[in-house]
Design a protein around this ligand. Structure first.
Ligand SMILES: NC(=O)c1ccc[n+]([C@@H]2O[C@H](COP(=O)([O-])OP(=O)(O)OC[C@H]3O[C@@H](n4cnc5c(N)ncnc54)[C@H](O)[C@@H]3O)[C@@H](O)[C@H]2O)c1
Ligand SMILES: O=c1ccn([C@@H]2O[C@H](COP(=O)(O)OP(=O)(O)O[C@H]3O[C@H](CO)[C@@H](O)[C@H](O)[C@H]3O)[C@@H](O)[C@H]2O)c(=O)[nH]1
Length: 447
């Protein structure tokens, strides 16, 4: 296998994890960022994100001299055969993807380019961006050097990013010239993954189409869950029955408070914007977005149905990250739900094993951040589960029950069986599963 020299621009989840994994399989990788403090931390082998397994791989890559971190982006670009653009493409006011960082990165490349390079877009970008990147680089370099643009979208998930990258199910390579596509295919050889070569436009759309399809599955099952609540069916049983059909499959049919995170919310909006600009209609996508936004608020309705007014009520919120195994709170349901609780006059105590600090930056100090599940639920009038962290789900709920003022548990992630929680004496309410009323009996040991 040929070892390539790769410069990665942007050390967020994608840049850091993919850069580290490409170094792990034998390439020479320099990860660059404009954020000097982040690079300083990385040089000391301090990982700025919570991502299981990443610290070990970064340390190994650095020890073997295959992985470096720098703010000297110009030098990294000049020394590289292949450049990954992995900067953020956040949602703008209008819902479209903001390409400012991508444009900055392209112009930086164009300003210092010193020979043929393959420039790979790993960021999620609207269809047509590959052509724009070529234009920006061409303008900045006065077309002095030849280069190729390749769209190679990233499909890793936060929380299992290292595993996803090392075990990627496919890589999509969108390029104009087969020679450029061949280089990127060779780069991926050590991963032994399925390679799909497409046009740049198709590759760009594959990323949005995939994310929005997964978001659609979640909104679909959440709508079924809401129907289950009305009709007395159990959404877990329904999802199980649906998933047994191999054309449907079991994955992404976990009902709850809906999707959050740095990708699905912004990518559904970005595709909606792209659709409108193209003069097309995509009403399913509209419904996916609306359903998800409503879904978050259902736990508040459920809480009000049990407690009446929330004013002065002590509510324990367990889980702030948008999913377990990450400290990312970008567009986490907790950030919508907690302000609504506060608005209604509730007193909110919250716990997350790793994301409390990140949540505090957004929510401020109106929320009391607690060090443990036990401290959070003590004397509360109700407890809301927003993220299914193992530390939360596996807590000793028999013990926790006795410390709550009222053992009302609203499970936004369907973590437990209603029967088991009722046996423990909880008033247990979940999403789309039959409500089992509190039993007369006191605590029983769970089976
Ligand atoms: N987070 C994920 O799980 C994930 C998965 C697949 C795809 N994506 C896509 O990948 C892209 C990056 O996402 P992320 O979550 O890693 O982003 P992020 O926002 O966490 O990190 C982006 C990094 O790029 C740096 N940066 C910005 N402009 C720069 C420049 N001109 N030069 C050097 N560095 C610069 C920032 O300082 C930051 O550290 C987005 O388009 C996202 O949609 C993300
Ligand atoms: O059945 C499910 C599955 C997920 N979720 C929620 O959906 C969100 C996203 O989850 P997940 O897809 O596991 O995490 P991400 O890290 O956001 O990864 C998605 O977004 C990335 C960024 O584009 C893509 O690379 C990944 O392929 C895609 O799965 C989270 O809030 C989950 O709680 C559900 O509610 N029900």
């Amino acid at each position: 296998m040929k070892s390539y020299s790769i410069a990665v621009i942007g050390t967020g989840y994608v840049g850091l994890v993919s850069g580290t994994c490409f170094a792990y399989v034998g390439h020479r990788v320099v990860c660059c960022d404009v954020d000097a403090s982040k690079i300083e931390r990385l040089k000391r082998c301090e990982i700025p994100i919570y991502e299981p397994g990443l610290d070990k791989l970064v340390a190994e890559g650095m020890q073997q001299g295959r992985l470096r971190f720098t703010t000297d982006i110009d030098a990294a670009i000049q020394a590289a055969d292949v450049i990954f653009i992995a900067v953020g493409t956040p949602m703008s006011q209008t819902g479209e993807a903001n390409l400012d960082y991508v444009q900055q990165a392209a112009r930086m490349i164009g300003t210092v380019i010193n020979g043929y390079k393959v420039i790979v877009t790993k960021s999620t970008v609207p269809v047509g961006t590959g052509r724009l990147i070529a234009q920006w680089i061409g303008e900045a370099s006065h077309n002095q050097y030849s280069f190729d643009i390749v769209s190679n979208p990233e499909f890793l998930r936060e929380g299992s990013a290292v595993y996803d990258c090392l075990n990627m199910e496919r890589t999509v390579i969108g390029a104009d010239r087969p020679e450029a596509a061949a280089i990127i295919a060779e780069l991926h050889e050590p991963f032994g993954t399925v390679v799909l070569k497409t046009s740049i436009e198709s590759a760009e759309l594959i990323k949005y189409a995939s994310n929005c399809f997964l978001a659609m599955k979640i909104s679909y099952i959440n709508s079924i869950a809401n129907l289950c609540d009305q009709l007395g069916a159990d959404v877990d049983e329904v999802a199980q029955g649906m998933g047994l059909d191999s054309r449907i499959g079991h994955r992404f049919l976990q009902a709850g408070i809906g999707y959050g995170g740095s990708c699905f919310p912004k990518d559904t909006y970005a595709l909606r914007h792209l659709t409108k600009e193209a003069g097309c209609s995509f009403s399913i996508l509209e419904a996916v977005i609306d359903t998800n936004e409503q879904q978050r608020l259902i736990v508040i309705d459920k809480l009000k149905q049990s407690l009446g007014t929330l004013a002065g009520k002590r509510i324990a919120v367990l889980g702030l990250a948008f999913k377990p195994n990450t400290n990312d709170v970008r567009d986490a349901p907790s950030l919508t739900i907690i302000p609504k609780l506060l608005e209604a006059g509730a007193i909110v105590r919250a716990y997350d094993p790793v994301a409390a600090e990140e949540a505090r930056h957004v929510l401020g100090d109106q929320v009391v951040y607690m060090p443990s599940v036990q401290d959070t639920v003590m004397y509360c009038d109700a407890c809301l589960i927003l993220t299914e962290w193992e530390q939360i789900v596996e807590s000793d709920w028999e013990k926790l029950h006795s410390s709550m003022s009222r053992p009302l548990l609203i499970d936004g992630r369907n973590c437990w069986s209603a029967e088991k929680m009722a046996e423990l004496g909880f008033e247990y309410i979940s999403m789309g599963r039959p409500f089992v009323p509190q039993r007369e009996t006191s605590l029983r040991v769970p089976v």
